[in-house]
Design a protein around this ligand. Structure first.
Ligand SMILES: [Fe+2]
Ligand SMILES: [Fe+2]
Length: 308
């Protein structure tokens, strides 16, 4: 695997090495928005009053909090779980010393992203008085780890693929938030810090996947081509229970909360979002030849990720 230039100045540029701890502004910055409204699907529902500022603010805050908690768990539980093995040399792949060291840098970055996801939430809760509702990462990780569980002998390979998929996605959160001046500054700044580190990770994992693919025999390639589409969908499938809980906590009845969630997270809407965020990832797999494997294109079609 070639050396990734983006990591040459990691000691000077990585967020964990060079950014100060971000602190919530002590002035009235807290009255700005928690999250861009267009990224909170339930806010566009007719039952959610466009003029009820307090309700919209509460739902946006909970949406941000659940994303921060998801990030806190995901970075360590999924990204570090597999990247640590690239770093310590236990993947069974032949890797250079430089690649292993870059993987270690990613482990350090992700540990720090996890830390400040929690830090930002705690600061915002304290400053705004809006407490986060309980969040359970269990269903997400169970769904993600279910892909390939019929082949436990390939569990470690699947865990590497989970990270390749997630680290090459470009979600609208990382692309839209940094430039949105209507947001509370600490949200914008930490997402920008995060997105800069993720640019480096993206380069690493795109190259890592090419290298991994080159070392797989035809039967494993077939298996991988079958797993990737489900991994993409499960990585990007939005969790609806936090949205439901936030609606219920703000006074909607069970039936109304269910209606809002089912309207705003319809299969078609969700799939459109998934296709957009995964466009670069799918392009990478296409370039490398994943879709040319027998059954490969069909697997992507079956998940609705490409047009027939
Ligand atoms: Fe990260
Ligand atoms: Fe990352």
């Amino acid at each position: 695997m070639p050396e990734i230039k983006a990591f040459h100045n990691w000691y000077e540029r990585a967020g964990v090495r060079s950014d100060p701890r971000r602190l919530v502004d002590i002035e009235d910055d807290i009255h700005k928005a928690f999250f861009p409204e267009h990224l909170v699907p339930q806010l566009s529902h007719p039952l959610v009053d466009p003029d009820d500022h307090q309700l919209r603010r509460y739902l946006s805050a909970q949406h941000l909090y659940q994303w921060l908690r998801f990030t806190m768990h995901f970075e360590v539980g999924v990204v570090c779980r597999a990247t640590q093995r690239i770093a310590d040399g236990s993947t069974g792949l032949s890797l250079t010393d430089a690649t292993r060291m870059d993987a270690y840098k990613i482990v350090v970055d992700e540990g720090y992203h996890s830390l400040y996801s929690l830090d930002v939430q705690q600061q915002l809760e304290f400053r705004s008085g809006i407490k986060g509702l309980d969040y359970d990462f269990g269903p997400f990780i169970a769904g993600l780890d279910a892909v390939g569980e019929d082949m436990p002998q390939h569990r470690q390979l699947v865990q590497l693929l989970q990270v390749v998929v997630f680290e090459t996605l470009i979600t609208s959160i990382l692309s839209d938030i940094p430039n949105d001046e209507s947001l509370i500054d600490i949200v914008r700044t930490t997402v920008r810090d995060h997105a800069i580190d993720e640019g480096r990770h993206h380069a690493f994992f795109a190259n890592f996947f090419k290298h991994l693919w080159g070392q797989l025999d035809p039967s494993l390639r077939k298996l991988v081509a079958g797993y990737l589409p489900s991994l993409i969908v499960r990585s990007l499938q939005p969790a609806t229970s936090p949205a439901h809980a936030a609606l219920a906590a703000s006074g909607f009845s069970e039936a109304q909360a269910r209606e809002i969630v089912s309207d705003c997270y319809s299969r078609e809407t969700v799939l459109t979002g998934i296709r957009r965020s995964a466009a670069k990832t799918i392009q990478l797999f296409e370039q490398i030849g994943v879709l040319d494997i027998p059954g490969g294109r069909e697997a992507f079609l079956a998940e609705g990720l490409i047009a027939g």
